[in-house]
Ligand binder design. Sequence first.
Ligand code: NAP
Length: 323
Amino acid sequence: MSFQKVLKLSTSAEIPEIGLGTWMSKPHEVENAVEIAVRNGYRHLDLAMIYENQDEVGRALKKVIPSVVKREDLFITSKLWNHSHQPDQVEKELDETLKLLGLDYVDLYLVHWPVAFVPGRGFYPSDDGHQAVLDLETSLVDTWKAMIKLPATGKVRAVGVSNFTMDYIKGIVAATGVKPVVNQVEAHPLLPQLELLEFCRTSGIHITAYSPLGNNLKGKPKLTEHPAVKEVAQKLGATEAQVLVAWGAHTGFSVIPKSVQEDRIISNFKQVELSKEDYEKISAIGHNNHTRFNIPYGYTPMWDISLFDEPEEKNAKYKVKVQ
Ligand SMILES: NC(=O)c1ccc[n+]([C@@H]2O[C@H](COP(=O)([O-])OP(=O)(O)OC[C@H]3O[C@@H](n4cnc5c(N)ncnc54)[C@H](OP(=O)(O)O)[C@@H]3O)[C@@H](O)[C@H]2O)c1
């Protein structure tokens, strides 16, 4: 078993550099995955209400706390879903998450996406089976004001955001004076997020990189099969996924690869170091080749809101309401 490097957050807490992602794990897979991960040294778990599997994660946690690990030695992140952005819904959804997990607190609680849905109608409300029903009244600042009250309840150790651009972060900080501790965003060699990283670094905001392997599911070229990644992996006697995780760690992110397969869960966690030359070789994959895998377009119902100003979003009807 190997133990991991940790990175310091602005709260002085430490976030383990590698964590286990849990999105798109099929029913009954994630309980096993979390148990295997913790037994093999993972101390950082990335969860969310929308993954609809926190009850399973809770079952796994019961098996490993305290026999394998003390609660205080785990770093558990969860996320507020879009339909609970309204200030009176925020703590309610957190309570539901804690109940599903069987925990008293999470280490980090994030606003999952910078978009509010109408509450009380399921995860992806839709009037016509196509467009999500957006709540255009609740702003990011409204939600952030409710989020920053949570640490005082003892139910979260820190609060942050996810999928936030620099402008959204500037907007919530200008209105409240409170910075998110973490911004969790998609980041890998095809989307290195260097400008956002520089902004967050100078603001004391840590970045966690999600989809570090390029997600592998959206019918796009697989990062794990990219020739440069294969070449470096071969040279180091490592797996392609280890090279991609190492690329994220070298960049300065904490990294949360998802797997439900025991051999991959174990090997993804074994850190390899990249030389400057190998790091640059992997980084070159993304030069002039920007690819964002996670845009909520093509999902049903569509969100119809421009989140990142990506070309795919040019026909979106709405812009995010920051204030
Ligand atoms: N904040 C957000 O909006 C957001 C969005 C997306 C993701 N996330 C978080 O980030 C985590 C990771 O992102 P992700 O799940 O999108 O994608 P990812 O971790 O980049 O890739 C996961 C895919 O790679 C496969 N895989 C895992 N290890 C592998 C290996 N060693 N070799 C080859 N393939 C491998 C997995 O399949 P197997 O499971 O079969 O191994 C799965 O298909 C999520 O699970 C979630 O916790 C957050």
